[in-house]
Write a protein of this length. Structure first.
Length: 564
């Protein structure tokens, strides 16, 4: 066992693998796979599976294959194939060998279908999809046999070949397994193995095929052909396991992986259904699959989440057999923990109010030094420019302050972070009575210290007006206002719970000059504001765009405690 295993939390799957290894099963080999369907971008739920499958392979010195389940070509495309590979690598994992596709095995899958027919285990059925559902029965009533169930082996072989040759229309015929129409497990009531699909160009095989295998048939055979030892699936496949085993038990293949199920990830304030995520994209409720409000890995990356934070999240929630709804605060705490340790500090004024320091020489500019991280000297220092005109945040000045207000007030003093103490001497207003400017004075002897006899209670951030860069800042929040939009009330749709405040765009922000050197995706703590990153996808005009990753504190938790 590797040293990494000692640091990873155990779970029932690891315990099963340990027992297999102790018993000498699979010749001491551990081989897993991650088998996404390329019909959308990966989301945080897939990250749980990625961390599980690739993590087990790493810790047991085994292998993990990346295999695309590309058996439904009318919903799949190369964009999704490429995005999935990018996401797996970004999370810090490498697959074993080449990238696999279920379509690599289309010819072998077809031949196994022929073998099942020859052994009397499969037949070609002319029933429509509606008739198949009707004949399947219910949980309380057994199914009825298809009138085509007793076709001869010769007829079935001929019809299956004609299906492959494209001689029948979509839906005209299917290949079904012949198992047990009275089985208490509906999945074993002669499930469909192949269906006809004309008019689609497969992203890997082009127009070579017009029949495509079903997932429940393709998956176990693909696992076996690749020598997978432990096929890890989410709980919705638990009732499909008998079919997984039936397929492998009834074809001539010498490998039989063990399917093990675990609970899928359900996360508050979002949806995990790929169908619903596709709707959000296609209907324009979000900018795209990588919208920073989406739970996709691409969206989380663009928002500023780190691979380490997502892996930490997956380790924290663990692997169990029980479904539960994970608090969004757990994911947000993971990224706060990571960025608190690793994100350099910067100053950014998001709601600017101009301050003129009247007793500071007009042409003078000072270069001040500030630590990039208050607890990590190794992160070094950067230069701050100080000049006569600066910007502070509007919330840091109150003409009529509330109780316990510790920032700037008329005739009051406040410290500018890493700089001087200033005093507000005059308030400038426009014709509507709105405050547009403050005139202040500074004490040149207070750089790094308080004036003698004066206790300065407040410290605020600022930027030099002359040196600041203008930027657009996007304040992203949770996509839904309800913690469980999937559990909508009767008559409500999950989209009814979309949070109207999930994005607030600030177009006139001023950031300290050093942020002009930021690279796409680079993360920072904007002091007193939260954690932000430079958007890797957008520039607004000639201004950079910074996305808020997360606030400094869990503001939603406070709202919930207050009933808001």
């Amino acid at each position: 066992m590797s040293q990494t295993e000692e640091r990873r939390p155990s779970n029932f799957i690891r315990q099963l693998i340990d027992k297999d290894l102790a018993a000498g099963k699979n010749n001491g080999k551990v081989a897993t796979r991650f088998p996404p369907e390329p019909n959308g971008y990966l989301h945080i739920g897939h990250a749980k599976s990625i961390v599980l499958n690739f993590g087990i392979a790493q810790d047991y010195q085994g292998t993990c294959n990346l295999r695309f389940d590309d058996t439904n070509p009318h919903k799949e495309n190369v964009e999704f194939v490429e995005s999935i590979q990018k996401d797996v690598k970004w999370l810090g994992y490498e697959w074993s060998g080449k990238v696999y596709f279920a379509s690599d095995y289309f010819e072998m899958l077809y031949q196994y279908g022929v073998e099942l027919i020859k052994n009397g285990k499969a037949y070609v059925c002319d029933q429509t999809a509606e008739e198949i559902r009707e004949y399947r029965g219910t949980l309380k009533e057994p199914g009825r046999a298809s009138p085509f169930r007793e076709r001869s082996v010769e007829e079935n072989l001929s019809l299956f070949q004609k299906m492959r040759n494209g001689e029948y229309a979509d839906g005209q015929k299917v290949l079904r397994a012949k198992i047990d129409m009275a089985s208490p497990n509906i999945n074993l009531r002669d499930p469909t193995l192949y269906r006809i699909r004309h008019g689609v160009i497969h992203h890997q095989t082009g127009e070579a095929w017009c029949i495509y295998p079903m997932y429940d048939y393709t998956h176990p055979i693909s696992d076996a052909l690749e020598g997978i030892t432990h096929s890890l699936c989410t709980l919705e496949f638990e009732d499909h396991r008998p079919l997984y085993d039936w397929v492998l038990d009834n074809i001539s293949i010498d490998c039989h992986p063990q399917q093990i199920e675990f609970s899928r990830l359900n996360l508050e304030y979002t949806v995990m259904s790929k169908r619903k995520l596709t709707e959000l994209v296609d209907q324009g409720f979000v900018e795209g699959w990588d919208d920073p409000r989406m739970p996709t890995i691409a969206g989380l990356r663009r928002r500023g989440f780190t691979p380490a934070a997502i892996r930490d999240f997956c380790d924290r929630i663990g692997i169990t057999k029980s479904d539960n709804l994970v608090e969004m605060g757990v994911l947000e705490d993971c990224i706060r923990t990571d960025l608190n340790d690793n994100a350099p500090r910067r100053m950014a004024v998001l709601q600017p109010l101009k301050v003129v320091i009247t007793n500071y020489p007009g042409e003078q500019v000072e270069e001040l030094e500030s630590a990039n991280h208050p607890q990590n000297e190794a992160m070094g220092v950067r230069k701050l420019f100080f000049s006569r005109e600066i910007y502070i945040d509007r919330s840091d000045f109150e003409e009529i302050p509330p109780k316990k207000y510790k920032r700037l007030v008329p005739a009051g003093v406040v410290r500018l972070r890493n700089s001087y103490v200033i005093q507000c001497d005059e308030i400038i207003k426009d014709n509507n009575g709105e405050i547009i400017e403050l005139h202040c004075s500074y004490d040149p002897d207070t750089l790094g210290k308080n004036p003698e006899g004066v206790k300065v209670k407040g410290v605020i951030h600022w930027v030099s007006a002359q040196h600041a860069i203008q930027a657009e800042v996007r304040l992203y929040d949770r996509l839904f206002s309800h913690p469980n939009p999937d559990g909508a009330k009767e008559g409500k749709d999950y989209k009814d719970y979309l949070n109207p405040d999930s994005l607030r765009t600030l177009t006139h922000c001023y950031l300290e000059a050093s942020l002009g050197d930021a690279g796409p995706g680079e993360q920072f703590q904007f002091e007193r504001e939260g954690y932000f990153c430079l958007d890797e996808a957008h520039i607004s005009g000639d201004k950079p765009v910074f996305n808020r990753t997360v606030t400094l504190r869990d503001t939603w938790a406070r709202m919930e405690q207050q009933g808001g």
